[in-house]
Design a protein around this ligand. Structure first.
Ligand code: UD1
Length: 342
């Protein structure tokens, strides 16, 4: 049985990936500093899968603690690295924090990968590396652009570090996955996105408005050159995204790569406007979302969606969940959180 380290495994995408890995027979161990997640996620993963996953709570920037972990852990077949800071606005305010945490943790992990001879590595990247692309949809051949934020830049720099590392380490295999907009939650309603404070992202803001935690949603921009004036994104169900990580790890373990550093876009291939997402949430869940259209948000791109052909053909992976599934499970999760608060 293959053993996989999942960093950030208590987080949003990490926890869903842990569930899918266990479902495919992998043994999983998590490192998470719980800076943006909670330890009880491990209980919920156990409720869903019947497996108790070991959780090691520490910061990956602490190399000596990481050495202690690998020294006592026994052999591992791969690492899926989610742990990172991800708030775009905060990264503008605190650039050094973002460069420090996101880059140092990656370097420490790659060093450990070499020192402890762990062959396979899957990295969490983002479509933010494309900026506002000149041509849509965005394929893997689309050139990357200057990042709009320090957060985005950490993803770009991380990809470069991994590429350069792979060049001189033939025996190490890596896949970077460029996510479009992950939304929704596990069908059980037991795990999902847990934004701390006021959410920056659209879907948690919609569901918090629906449940009454927020007065109203601001739709950033109503005058974009799109079909209804609001911005377009490629929303992907988090479970489909999680499954892509399992498939990528399998590809690495089975040594099926074309080169030892590959990257793939993970989206559905179709763009949706903010207003379309709001409408779907209202209709599918039979709730009303109070919203107003306000000015554009600084740094937002007009529209972006993925060309999925390369991921479909090479990984043999495709999305199976639609917008209805995304808004339905997002609402189920928000209701679960409300019950927990009672
Ligand atoms: C961006 C990045 C993504 C990053 C994510 C982390 C791009 C293309 N994507 O996603 O890589 O991982 O931030 O936060 O750079 N919106 C509203 N009202 C709200 C919130 C959002 O109208 O209250 C709109 C936004 O203007 C945008 C869409 O909803 O058009 C999606 O926004 P969001 O969920 O924040 O994700 P991105 O900004 O696309």
């Amino acid at each position: 049985m293959s053993r996989i380290l999942v960093t950030g495994g208590a987080g949003y995408i990490g926890s869903h990936t842990v569930v899918e890995l266990i479902g495919e027979g992998y043994e999983v161990v998590i490192i998470d500093d719980l800076s943006n997640s909670q330890a009880d996620v491990i209980d919920h993963i156990e409720e869903i899968t019947g497996k108790r996953v070991p959780l090691h709570v520490f910061d990956l920037c602490d190399k000596s603690r990481l050495d202690q972990f690998f020294g006592s852990e026994g052999s591992l077949d791969g690492i899926i690295h989610f742990a990172a800071k991800k708030a775009v606005g905060e990264s503008v305010e605190k650039p050094l924090l973002y460069y420090h945490v996101n880059i140092l943790s990656l370097i420490n992990l790659l060093k450990a990968q070499k020192e402890y001879d762990i062959p396979n590595f899957v990295f969490s990247s983002s479509c933010t590396v494309y900026g506002q692309p000149d041509k849509l949809p965005v394929s893997e051949e689309t050139p990357r652009k200057d990042a709009e934020s320090p957060y985005g830049n950490t993803k770009k720099i991380s990809e470069d570090i991994i590429r350069d590392f792979a060049r001189v380490n033939d025996d190490k295999r890596t896949i970077a996955l460029r996510y479009f907009n992950p939304v929704g939650a596990h069908e059980s309603g037991l795990i999902g996105e847990l934004p701390s404070g006021i959410p920056n992202n659209l879907m948690p803001f919609i569901s918090q408005t629906a449940i009454g935690l927020r007065d109203q949603l601001k739709v950033f921009g109503g005058d974009y050159p799109t079909k209804d004036g609001s911005a377009v994104r490629d929303y992907i169900h988090v479970v489909d995204l999680a499954k892509a990580h399992v498939v990528s790890m399998q590809r690495l373990i089975e040594d099926q790569q074309k080169s030892n550093y590959e990257f793939f876009n993970l989206g559905t291939g179709s763009g949706l406007t903010v207003l379309e997402v709001i409408r779907a949430f209202e209709e599918v869940n039979d709730v009303k979302i109070k919203y107003e259209i306000v000015d554009r948000r600084a740094g937002d791109v007009v529209q972006i969606y993925a060309d999925t052909a390369y991921a479909n053909d090479e990984l043999g992976w495709r999305t199976e969940r639609d917008l209805d599934d995304m808004v339905r499970t997002a609402w189920k999760w928000e209701q679960h959180l409300a019950q927990m608060r009672e």
